[in-house]
Design a protein around this ligand. Sequence first.
Ligand SMILES: [Zn+2]
Length: 185
Amino acid sequence: MDVLQLDVSGRPQAWISAKEAAVLYASDGIAWTLGDAFTVLRGGTQRRTGLQSRIELHPIVAVRGSVPSRAWRQTPALSNPKLFARDRQVCAYCGHAFHSDDLTREHIVPTSRGGHDTWMNCITACRPCNGHKGNRLPEEARMSLYYLPYVPSLHEDMILRGRRILADQMEFLLASVPRNSRLHG
Ligand SMILES: [Zn+2]
């Protein structure tokens, strides 16, 4: 299970492994936590007390330290897995759901015609639809979009990136995802 790391103000920073979280706990790097502990890590026996060291891992941890001010303005990096997750594995042209292997990153305005490789110009398409559209604009190909692209927020990006997300983590992240996001679907 991964742990959701926040900065001290509650802004999501990263998914970290249980091991990485344990290092933060052990070095007193955690400011506060959210959610019930989901596992307990046991370490060596402490010579002074004779007790085995024990770290309770929480699903969400906020780390000590200053808050970088530019982080809010950052646009999440675009990747195919995140794009397909944003679009719920549905082809924007035929409206059918596909396995990731059968999906492509489709540029609404083709890159050969000046289109950018950005969240707002990219949409999920199945291979046949992408091939049919080719080097044309949607209106030239007489293809319309079933849904529109958008730029995911920082919280939404964490959901798109997560592998197995615990209920406490999902609740925390979804609370800050805009209502019009498809993740609320
Ligand atoms: Zn399609």
